[in-house]
Design a protein around this ligand. Structure first.
Ligand code: FEO
Length: 183
């Protein structure tokens, strides 16, 4: 009796995305370690927390593949790439990486629609919303560094930014959650 509810193409796409999320975690771990080494403990703390979020994303794909009766394939994780050159470069790379991840999530939306796999379509909507949040969070980081002077930010501005990021929440507020009373 066939108990696998995922097509080979969708199972492959979900397994690939599971590895992508593990790769995203490695990127945040690498940048967090770079920031700690440079003395930016607040930025490092923020990035370490975010690495955990990416591992959680990886687990959601893993669990979904299992629950749909398909095979989980644990593959090697690509290296995170070179260290950032500066805090500005770090935040630009974070944003770029999130945008690239959104493109991959949208490709799974397309595939689930093409195959009329509505369970997968429903599952992946969680990630569509999550990517909007992640891009918003990354854009907020870019705005903060811009205010601090962007690529030319001075040490005192970077110090303030570092202090602030230690307590920055992990989630950004989405436009649909904003009200007139609470803009
Ligand atoms: Fe799981 Fe930041 O994307």
């Amino acid at each position: 009796m066939e108990t696998n509810r995922l097509s080979p193409k969708i199972a492959q796409a979900l397994n690939d995305q599971m590895t992508n999320e593990a790769h995203n975690a490695q990127i945040y771990l690498a940048y967090a370690s770079w920031a700690a080494d440079k003395g930016y403990d607040g930025i490092s703390n923020f990035l370490f927390r975010h690495a955990n979020e990416e591992r959680n994303h990886m687990m959601k794909f893993l669990e979904y593949i299992l629950k749909r009766g398909a095979k989980v394939v644990i593959a090697s994780i690509p290296a995170p790439g070179p260290d950032p050159l500066s805090v500005n470069d770090c935040f630009e790379k974070v944003f770029q990486s999130e945008v690239e991840n959104t493109t991959k999530i949208y490709a799974i939306v397309d595939l689930s629609m093409a195959e009329k796999d509505w369970a997968t379509w429903n599952f992946i909507q969680w990630f569509v919303k999550e990517q909007t949040e992640e891009e918003t969070l990354a854009l907020d980081l870019l705005s903060k560094i811009k205010v601090a002077g962007g690529a030319n930010a001075k040490n005192d501005a970077l110090y303030q930014l570092d202090m602030e990021l230690k307590n920055t929440p992990d989630d950004a507020t989405l436009a649909q959650d904003v009200t007139v009373e609470k803009p």
